[in-house]
Design a protein around this ligand. Structure first.
Ligand SMILES: Nc1ncnc2c1ncn2[C@@H]1O[C@H](COP(=O)(O)OP(=O)(O)OP(=O)(O)O)[C@@H](O)[C@H]1O
Ligand SMILES: [Mg+2]
Length: 338
């Protein structure tokens, strides 16, 4: 399904701008997504992820810059772009009353497939997303994971070259999340390119071969997950103290063996810093803290996670889904390419 313009990129954006009144939702945003890959788009709440996805999927007009999807300019050839993409919004939007099969047949008809082809396609997709057993039950009885898989299936009716997934697993339990991940992997194995926004750094780490970090409407980093972690440094020694008052003391002890300034997390009572000679650093810190009578809850070595990268780049931890500071604008319905 390589459907680009021959340059190997399924999505390209240069200097995208989008303003809502005074607010610059996108402020010179760049992106390049290789064909046949999962590309992660990570950023704190309000960073511009959904806006970028909506522009690339032609639902929102850009104010500046240029973007192509499957080799087609989104501003000049939106209809052709729409024929090549699928989109799953931040909220699942399948009909609760209909069965899984009826939902998919309905989407098929919306895409002008005709009754027979819509039925065939529905059966195929139910099988592909492991929903055959539940196909004739009302969606109201589905688990969260089944619902998202149905949502994914609906966005795959036309076997799109490029699929935009905006937080496809937010609110799902770990098992359902794993099921959605498997489905995404299967799609990509079949040639689809996926642009994925997510609140879960682990999700980006597991699925994406490349990640763009967006903050305040701009791309502030773009690399492989490992490349991003390397920018934060190698191993870290980490101490959790029992008593908040001991944090400054622990910082001093850790600083003696560290390669850079220790960071302290006052809420989690955690002090950590990059180290090179990992085992020596660990024993040294453990011994000194004990000698100096600092009570320790936990101590260990840790490789940097995408969380560390995210914190370093944006100054935020990702917020647990549900704890958003601004309500998202209107729920995004399943957007159907007309
Ligand atoms: N329709 C709109 N009208 C006004 N402001 C908007 C609109 N859509 C988005 N914004 C603003 O633009 C900025 C970017 O929003 P966007 O939804 O793209 O962020 P996001 O990265 O998807 O955030 P989240 O993680 O919460 O989904 C935010 O400040 C948001 O409040
Ligand atoms: Mg969003």
């Amino acid at each position: 399904m390589s459907d680009g313009n021959g340059d190997g990129y399924a999505v390209r954006a240069e200097g995208l701008e989008k303003r809502y009144g005074e607010k610059r939702a996108l402020d010179g945003f760049d992106l390049a997504v290789r064909e046949g890959t999962v590309h992660g788009l990570l950023g704190p709440n309000g960073a511009g992820k959904t806006t970028a996805v909506r522009i690339l999927s032609t639902l929102v007009r850009l104010d500046g810059g240029r973007a192509t999807v499957a080799g087609l300019d989104v501003a000049r050839r939106p209809r052709e772009v729409r024929a090549r993409i699928g989109l799953t919004g931040q909220y699942a939007a399948v009909d609760e009353v209909l069965t899984g099969r009826q939902n998919l047949e309905m989407f098929g008809r919306l895409f002008h497939l005709g009754g027979r082809r819509a039925r065939l396609r529905a059966t195929e997709l139910l099988d592909r997303f492991d929903l055959t057993d539940a196909a004739d039950k009302g969606v109201g009885t589905y688990s969260g994971g089944m619902r998202r898989r149905l949502d994914l299936a609906a966005s795959m009716i036309l076997a799109p070259a490029v699929l935009f997934l905006d937080e496809p697993t937010t609110g799902l339990d770990p098992r359902s999340r794993g099921e959605v991940w498997d489905s995404v992997r299967a799609l990509v194995a079949g040639g689809t390119t996926v642009l994925l926004t997510t609140q879960y750094l682990e999700e980006a780490d597991r699925l994406a071969s490349r990640i763009t970090v967006i903050d305040q409407g701009r791309a502030i980093a773009d690399d492989t997950p490992d490349g991003l972690k390397n920018t934060v440094g190698g191993d870290r020694v980490e101490v959790v103290v029992a008593d908040r008052a001991d944090i400054p003391h622990a910082v001093k002890v850790v600083a003696r063996v560290a390669d850079g300034d220790p960071e302290a997390d006052e809420t989690e009572l955690r002090v950590h810093a990059p180290v090179t000679d990992r085992v020596n650093a660990l024993t040294e810190v453990a011994r000194t803290l004990q000698d100096e009578g600092v009570a320790v809850e936990d101590i260990g070595l840790r490789r940097p996670s995408l969380d560390d990268v995210f914190l370093r780049l944006t100054g935020h931890r990702t917020e647990p889904p549900g704890a958003r500071d601004t309500p998202t604008p209107a729920p995004q319905p399943k957007e159907v390419a007309a």
